[in-house]
Ligand binder design. Structure first.
Ligand code: PLP
Length: 391
């Protein structure tokens, strides 16, 4: 068979698709990272996408109804669909500046003459925050990278302020002003709080936590642990702000037009969220923990490193976290991760990229039957080799 052509005699499978493209699949042991293809859509989501392809609808009606369903499923007052959590950030900023004014909505990213400043604490700057600037806004940065006071934010509020931003993400926990205080300040000035909480699920209680703390719009990913289509996300929040968000979002012809979400993806997200919110989180956690204990048991004796199962603010489900000590003789952990990814089978593991960091971890979210054993063995072999200088 010629390379690249479809072999019609063999059964279609994920493996057959990638092999036809001459690329090598990998075991995703590093969590729902976009470069490593996110998470596996739940079977319920895949079925709903296929079924939804059979009908046509009015997209505005679908988006309104889907938003209502997401609000019910998540326990919020209102919600709407976005293209990933990042698409949600663009929509948040557009909503803050143009609200429900059709003239302004169609004018963005031109923001002459309207409040276009988003106040962000320095410690909340992160790799995706430029999405907030896409509809023509600009940042006013306040505080230092490790702290910020309410007074500093207050002093930055002016006639051009459109919103205050809050980031909730692993490894920035506790930095800066508490969300409740930020929300009180914003609301006293008639401003909204825009929150990025993309990866904060599970725990499922977070679906309402940040709205209860006062955020007006909260962005979540649909393609991480919710396991909807990779390209989906959703906003939850106050009805008024969700309306503004929806009016500023695709399929309307505005600055967010490039972020359309198909009817199939919307149906997939709803089915995934429905399943996600029904799952017994305690049982799910127990199963992840057992898998991660298995990994830790395989590597815990290797000199120069410590391995433990962590499940906390920074680790949204139980992770097998490997920390390298001063007496670690082997190569750095990013090199270990590179070798794991170059192995056979290829394995993607998570590494902590912060400058002060010294750990890597295994995330069970995307592991399929039989893969935890493969990951444990390969990880052990590589770490034993690395620790003994056999590299
Ligand atoms: C993952 C993530 C995003 C992007 O989410 P997508 O759904 O992939 O668009 C944005 N912000 C934070 C903090 C994230 O963790």
């Amino acid at each position: 068979m010629a390379t690249g052509s479809i072999d019609k005699t063999s059964k279609l499978s994920g493996l057959s698709i990638v092999e036809n493209l001459c690329i090598t699949p990998l075991i995703n042991a590093g969590g729902p990272n976009t470069k490593h293809s996110g998470s596996r859509p739940r079977p319920e989501a895949v079925k709903a996408m296929e079924a939804m392809s059979e009908v046509f609808v009015d997209m505005d009606e679908l988006l309104l109804a889907a938003g209502k369903r997401i609000a019910e499923l998540t326990g919020n007052q209102a919600a709407t669909v976005t293209s990933g959590a990042s698409g949600g950030l663009v929509v948040q900023a557009a909503a803050a500046m143009a609200k429900d004014d059709p003239e302004l909505i169609s004018r963005l990213p031109i923001t002459n003459g309207i409040p276009n400043e988003l106040i962000i604490q320095r410690g909340h700057r992160f790799i995706y925050d430029h999405l907030y600037l896409a509809p023509g806004s600009r940042f006013v940065e306040v505080g230092r990278s490790t702290e910020c006071t309410l007074d500093e934010i207050k002093a930055a509020i002016g006639p051009n302020t459109a919103a205050l931003i809050h980031l909730e993400s692993p490894f920035v926990s506790g930095l800066g002003v508490p969300l409740t205080d930020l929300a009180d300040l914003a609301h006293n000035h008639g401003l909204p709080v825009l929150a990025d909480c993309a990866s904060m699920l599970p725990p499922r209680e977070n679906l309402t936590k940040f709205t209860k703390q006062g955020a007006d719009l909260v962005s979540f990913s649909g393609g991480k642990a919710v396991r909807g289509p990779q390209s989906t996300g959703f906003l939850v929040g106050k009805p008024e702000w969700i309306d503004y968000a929806r009016l500023n979002n695709a399929p309307n012809p505005g600055v967010t037009r490039a972020q359309k979400v198909s009817k199939e993806e919307i149906a997939g997200l709803l089915a995934a969220l429905d399943a996600f919110t029904r799952i017994d989180e305690e049982a799910e956690t127990k199963s992840y923990r057992a898998q991660m204990n298995f990994i830790v048991d395989q590597i815990t004796e290797i000199p120069g490193l410590s391995a433990e199962v962590l499940h906390n603010y920074d680790h949204y489900i139980p992770h097998a976290v490997i920390t390298f000590a001063e007496n670690w003789k082997g190569p750095s952990y990013p090199e270990i991760a590179t070798r794991l990814k170059a192995g056979s089978p290829r394995i993607f593991a998570a590494v902590d990229h912060r400058k002060t960091a010294s750990s890597m971890w295994i995330d069970p979210l995307n592991l399929q039957d039989g893969e935890v054993e493969i990951v444990a063995e390969q990880l052990r072999n590589i770490l034993v080799d690395a620790s003994s200088g056999n590299w």
